[in-house]
Design a protein around this ligand. Sequence first.
Ligand code: PLP
Ligand code: LYS
Length: 439
Amino acid sequence: MLTNNLYDINEHNHLTIGGVDALELAQNFGTPLIVYDVARIKQQLQAFQTAFAQQNIDYAVSYASKAFAAIAMYQVVNQAGAHIDVVSGGELYTALQAGFPMDKVSFHGNNKTPAELLLAVKQHVGVIILDNFYEIELLNQILQENQTKIKVMLRITPGVTAHTHQYDQTGQEDSKFGFDVRSRQATRALKMVLANSRMDLIGIHAHIGSQILEVEGFELEVQALMQIIKDWSQQYDYQPQVLNLGGGFGIRYTAQDQIIEPGVFVKAIVQAVKRSASKYQLSIPAIWIEPGRSIVGAAGYSLYTIGSRKDVPGLQSYVNVDGGMGDNIRPALYQADYEAILARNPQAAAVETVHLAGRYCESGDILIDQQKLPASHPGDIVAVLATGAYGYSMASNYNRVPRPAVVFAEAGQSQLVIKRETYADLVSHDCFYQQKGGN
Ligand SMILES: Cc1ncc(COP(=O)(O)O)c(C=O)c1O
Ligand SMILES: N[C@@H](CCCC[NH3+])C(=O)O
């Protein structure tokens, strides 16, 4: 077996995922198919956990489950002893169904509904990350009505701009998330929550963005937050137990992306916290992080079957596959780049550069704009690499195409973890039209 860090191949030169031949996976489960190498997920979780443990510090690694949420995924995270963050009643409900311990759940969102907050309170989630004044009021009402208390954190927007796609930036002042620092919203929120006996303010949270491939943004984030903690400690005698720095750790999508190992990110973060703590004479808080993409991104593969192609003399050809923007919106939404390989021989020499196009009725449904491919034929299986984060979780039924199945592969075995949608599933929520009124 050959392993080159990006993918593995077996003695037939076929791509393998979790020790399972990708052609077999496509044959057994059909395509489009999303396959996770479970060992890679576990390795990533462990890499973050080990890095913190080596730094001798209180920590929590909280998987940001918006990257890929499924009962089986929550089970894997639970097995690893990690926390999760959820951003909706749907994610929370899925975690409940998976038997995930509610005390390890952080509940995020810039517009949590009353029903979602009530569910979180009734299920005693570990912490609610407060995002705005309306939510403080809403939560207070719910806590009063239910005569209960809950742990909270304040999400603040520290004014740090991450170097990443505009849609992936969240820490800058002009953002829909969190309490603004400069206009003293964050301080007002602090005072409100400290005065509320039903809310136990365990910490502060910030998240500067996603797919970040440098440590500096996180160091700036730490400096900004520790400065706020210093001010709050002096003015309000408040020091948080937890400093939650969010997620955003980047992964390799293509050869352009120079990745930073989890251990390097963690070390830089911990050192930055320790430096600021010593500078301002503060105690060192527990550090929580919320990696999503970096846990599941590289572990996921999308398998597609090649069908038609279009060749126009003088133009780059289109090779069309049986999935596309319905199962991976990222190229269309963020101009995200990916790489693909031919599953029957990933190392075969390329003979052409093509547009690897999806099957949806949109000119923008191009999975990879310039993909080098060996000679390929209808029926060949192509694997797009590193699709494990924000692929299935952002999938849609556009064009009434059923969403693909998801399979976990591990130790040479595979198991279905999300069934392929059927046409019957698609119409199962439709109701027949009945004419009202005359005519
Ligand atoms: C609050 C928060 N935490 C964690 C994440 C996960 O980010 P990533 O998948 O980039 O690690 C996000 C999404 O960007 C987020 O908004
Ligand atoms: N969905 C984004 C990442 C999440 C950003 C939201 N906080 C992506 O696919 O890159």
